[in-house]
Design a protein around this ligand. Sequence first.
Ligand SMILES: *Cc1c(COP(=O)(O)O)cnc(C)c1O
Length: 384
Amino acid sequence: MNVPLLDLKAQYRSIKADVDAAVAEVMESQHFILGPKVEQCEKAIARYCGCSHAVGVSSGTDALLACLMAENIGPGDEIITTPYTFFATAGAIARVGATPVFIDIDPTTYNLDPSRIQSKVTHRTRAIIPVHLYGQMADMDAVMWVADKYDLVVIEDAAQAIGAEHKGRRAGGVGRYGCLSFFPSKNLGAAGDGGMVVTNDGQRAEHLRRLRAHGSKPKYNHTIVGGNFRLDALQAAIILVKLSHLDAWTAARQGNAKRYDALFAESGLRVADTSMCVTTSSSQVILPHVATDRHIFNQYVIRVSRRDQLKAALDAKGVGTEVYYPVPLHLQECFSYLGCKGGAFPESETAAEETLALPIYPEVTRLQAHYVVDCIRDFFSTSA
Ligand SMILES: *Cc1c(COP(=O)(O)O)cnc(C)c1O
């Protein structure tokens, strides 16, 4: 049996007529850059995230970059974030000339541990970028408490968490800005790159609109230097079609996660979840713990010892998996100037060694999920 990590063709087959019609409509209009489709998409996404404004941009990476630029963050400024995330989070900080200051994660959720923020705040600290990793929100109550205390800007990296919710607030709608990505493998994926910033601040939304178009307003008049960070109409049209399916897809992902939980519990393997303070020496498979009211399961990530061997064994049996992320950012060569050594962030480093994402996309069938868990059980029973 074949179980890819993600099967976008299955999704496309189920919405092909609507997507093709939306693309054709944009082609007929020949209006490609910004325009009414993008505005319609912005309104719909703002509403979905519980925010009053949304600004379509060229990617999740550029969403982060534009927010940092909007806050005039640059050389000499320090931004607190997690080292256990996709590169773009810290890459955007470095690109504006600011310094990423890492803090370790909470191993229960893989999100930054807010109790570690305060000790890293200096007179140079300007912002915190919490990342809602794998589709589960970081502990925003605690993040906002420190941010308010020290007057820091909060930019949520919600690239993996559109629609995640806690205490009635959605990912991206808690801090000053929320950054979304429409990279194809995200839960709401475009046919290429795309992103959006959501915010409840109308003035800052206007500022972002100017920044995404070279800082011009009116046209050819530049009071600030921006970039080309625009979302295009083809992507907006496709995102609008897909948005109407997003809740159903999220429900399917959540159902698949529950199914995996149950299958692992019945598998005979020694199973725990990340909230149980266990290690991979006593438990064979450590399952994700849901600490958010609504976890959207962009990824379903387990922890195991001998992760790389398991990955290879699953590969050989047709099961696609991925490691998010094998090298924490403080150990990336490009950040060696920060002077962080191995061992600096032990929770992030062990997570990088032990985590493995399983196929969780909405169209994974019951039989496929069974097969994945059977293959994992076989790995442990034959190599124990
Ligand atoms: C995908 C992702 C990004 C970047 O989004 P792009 O649209 O690919 O530029 C940023 N942060 C996180 C956590 C992501 O997963």
